[in-house]
Design a protein around this ligand. Sequence first.
Ligand code: AMP
Length: 438
Amino acid sequence: MTPRFQAPRGTRDLLPGDLGRWQWAEAQARGVLERYGYGEIRTPLFEDFELFARTSGESSDVVQKEMYRFKDLGDRDLALRPEFTAGVMRAYLERGLGGRTRIHRLWSAGPVFRYGRPQKGRYRQFSQINCELVGSPAPGADVEMITLFVDLYEAWGFRDLTVVLNSVGQPASRRAYGERLRAWLAPAHERLSADSQQRLVVNPLRVLDTKDPGDLALFHELGDVPRMLDAIDEADRAHWEAVLAGLDAVGIRYEVDHGLVRGLDYYTRTAFEVHDRSLGAQSALGGGGRYDGLIAELGGPPTPGVGFAIGLDRAMLVLEERGTAAPVPPAGIYLAAMEATHAAALALARELRRQLVVELDVEARGFGAQMKAAGKSGARLLVILGEEEWKRGEVVVKDLASGTQETLARPGLAEVLGARLAQAPPPTGGGAKGTEKP
Ligand code: AMP
């Protein structure tokens, strides 16, 4: 039967079985971020549309085609966030963070929304981890960001990542570079895709972002793509070289990619990404860069910043495809009761659950059904509240991994069970049987 309602196109349900890996990854990331001294910031899922339009740049796909824009009942022009940076910078200004200390290290995680064409690794709701280092123009800030970026992937077991880097200069050098690109493409202008022709008018750099095979073949045919790095000024070049030297010192592997231009308009100087080719067309795992003009663009005092966003969905896809095992949840207890001890079992379960993983039959079914459920539950220990034993202040505990059985006293039960669960299971089938039968 086809269900009447389906998840909206481009969205997914993550079920308990999927989420083990996600939660583990999020916990690892949180650890890395805390050790780097980043503080978490949570901003609204939606903001004024205008905020995103200003920060992403009118020419970006995000603004042109991908925004979930809506009017609320008060006729406000709003949009679901298509990325984090705009909202974080809005909060930075609105809450006066800049007046407290000069440098802020901030991170966020959660869903973002873009109305793209869904495919493998591309969804309309997806999750990002986002980091910002606001307040420092120094190349050391870029180096810290890129190092943190790589260390997050490493904490998830990624190895030998190569970061691709470029400098996108400053607005002035970008304009000059844009002219060079236009001149370079002029002889083939008519053969460019409609999208690229339009980009050439609004923001020529973004032509290099094209995925159109015809455009790419044309670039190849024209040869000698003008390089942004040849167009940047002396100060930008010094910054660029200092970033590379810093990365060398830290031991981060990188490659210069002259075609790397980030999709959003307010990047300055350093731009970086990391890719995993196993993902196919949607290979970007994450990316970021410096955005020294952004805060001023929002009406704040000129304040430099650098940041990145990591796409969690794609990182999780790679881990899954590589067979990186999801972490095993902690072993637990199945609490089985007789009719006469069911009420006591409910109270005992509540008590044990303050420390331990406990399952019990909420339907108070017969003992046989409970034994079957215990077998399926994945619990390590079966704790049986037999009527006679319970009256004596005891329970029978069976290790389902080894089959060994013992009788334990009610007082201090949680501690003893906790200790049993912490021990490695004894070899299957072996070991002395307990003296009491259930
Ligand atoms: P961006 O801000 O576009 O560089 O996005 C940062 C990261 O988010 C990308 O490198 C991807 O890993 C991820 N990402 C971007 N768009 C999507 C999408 N539609 N679905 C899933 N992940 C995405």
